[in-house]
Design a protein around this ligand. Structure first.
Ligand code: SF4
Length: 476
């Protein structure tokens, strides 16, 4: 069997600097149709395949591949830098505010001559964008120019659940347009982009391969990552840890009501302060870790600066676990950064082989991934071996499988803030279990990541950041 390689259309079009619209005009079809071919949502007819080969002056075979090649192409060819995972930005949602903000900024830069803009939000961006404040962020980014934001609740055949179209106008006439996907963790992909995607600097794409490399070289996971990332990486990670701590400090000072109209009070400070006289050490640990998780998550819900870990919605889990350990055991920033890097490798594996997007795979992809990252980080801090680190991360993901994303009113508040605190405690439990039971493990981390992806794709769409089901149906 032969398969048509739709991605080759994009490759050729970009190398010839032809826009989707221009290619569509040559073929007498819309730019949308070209976009669908390029993202694999549709295939050209036999007649258009031949015409494409003629336009690009390549043999038809150039677009075709065998079953064996098609199978090999499904395997990721590497992993991006951990810097693409940990990003500093404003909440409350990496895919619904951080991504659209970055896209709008880039589009505005590209169209300096425009005097007004329009944004059309599709899929999950349309269904929960107002709750997340997507419209407000986009309008603010285009200021002082006016930008109309429209919601499209109808189109379903999208290249990604978080898709948006941007239009630029001059004196009332359209001068440019672009389709953008907000693919999770604040990352964006312009359909028409001629920019190279981030380089895949890691050759290994499974935990098994990374562990094998660490065993061979007698190094820990964080050392493996430092070797791959190269110069300046530790400084970047110091900036990430400083931003995480700053969010905790601000969150513990902050009081009042979160924006959005749900009348949700900020609780981090009261959790931190409400000590009982006869409090046990275990209760205190629980209260402190939860206070730190609330602090970051409430800062995120307030639209303040946080670090995606791996997303805005799940940004409280990892800093809460690490900050508690740093305070309790008086650990240096260097030790915490090593743990953060190990967590980054785990997050990167999930991002590469499954998803970190709630709109794509539900909350298991956000909070489940954050919990796995925090478990691995804690295991690293305790100096546990590779098998225990793997088991801790595997337990953390396994017990989030199937977790839905259905926040009330689309606001990243209920259940998201508490969910960060619960996941932080679960990460601690996962490490304890892994430490005692590691030699009884039956499932690999790689296998459970695969399962998370399958589960996410099987989850009904209404439970993937659409505000259509579950808790989102509750009216407060
Ligand atoms: S429910 Fe989970 S995935 Fe959905 S917005 Fe909240 S934290 Fe993110």
């Amino acid at each position: 069997m032969l398969e048509f390689r739709t991605e080759k259309i994009k490759e050729l079009r970009q190398s010839r600097r032809i826009s989707q619209r221009a290619l569509g005009d040559m073929l007498g079809i819309s730019d949308r149709a070209v976009s669908k071919w390029e993202t694999g949502l549709a295939r050209p007819t036999a007649e258009n395949m031949i015409r494409l080969a003629k336009i690009f002056e390549v043999p038809l075979e150039y677009f075709l591949r065998t079953d064996i090649e098609a199978e090999a192409a499904k395997t990721p060819v590497g992993m991006e830098s951990i810097k693409e995972l940990y990003k500093i930005g404003r909440g409350p949602s990496s895919s619904h505010t951080m991504g659209p903000e970055r896209a709008s900024l880039a589009f505005r830069e590209k169209n300096k001559g425009a005097d007004s803009f329009r944004a059309v939000l599709h899929g999950s961006l349309a269904k929960t964008g107002i709750g997340h404040g997507t419209d407000v962020v986009i309008k603010k980014t285009f200021e002082p120019y006016p930008c109309e934001v429209q919601l499209d609740m109808i189109e379903v055949d999208l290249p990604h659940p978080n898709t948006m179209d941007l239009y630029a106008y001059k004196d009332g006439s359209e001068i440019d347009r672009a389709r953008v996907q907000s693919v999770g963790g604040g990352s964006i992909v312009f359909d028409d982009s001629t920019e190279e995607p981030p380089a895949r600097i890691y050759k290994e794409t499974t935990f098994e391969a990374i562990a094998e490399c660490c065993r061979r070289e007698h190094i820990r996971i964080w050392e493996y990552a430092v070797r791959v990332e190269g110069e300046g990486f530790l400084e970047y990670m110091q900036g990430i840890w400083s931003a995480m701590k700053a969010a905790i400090h601000r969150g513990l000072e902050d009081e009042g009501i979160l924006p959005g109209g749900l009348d949700v009070h900020k609780k981090a400070k009261s959790l931190f302060d409400s000590q009982h006289i006869d409090e046990t050490a275990e209760t205190r640990e629980n209260r402190m870790v939860c206070a730190y998780a609330f602090a970051v998550s409430e800062q995120n819900a307030s639209g303040e600066r946080i670090v995606t870990a791996p997303t805005c919605g799940a940004s409280g889990v990892l800093p809460a676990v690490l900050y508690y350990q740093q305070k309790k055991r008086r650990l240096s920033d260097e030790a915490i950064i090593e743990a953060l890097i190990t967590a980054g490798v785990i997050g990167n594996l999930i991002k590469t082989n499954a998803s970190i997007s709630g709109a794509e795979c539900g909350c298991q992809a956000e909070i489940g991934s954050a919990c796995a990252m925090a478990s691995a980080a804690l295991a690293e801090l305790f100096g546990l071996n590779l098998e225990k680190i793997e088991y801790a991360a595997e337990i953390a993901i396994e017990h989030h499988l199937g977790l839905t994303c259905d926040p009330i009113c689309g606001l990243v508040q209920i259940p998201c803030i508490e969910r960060n605190a619960v996941a932080a405690m679960r990460a601690i439990n996962a490490v304890n279990l892994a430490n005692f039971l590691w030699d009884t493990r039956k499932i690999s981390l790689d296998r459970v990541i695969e399962t998370m992806k399958e589960t996410g794709h099987d989850l009904h769409t209404s439970y993937k950041e659409t505000s259509e089901a579950g808790l989102a149906k509750i009216e407060l």
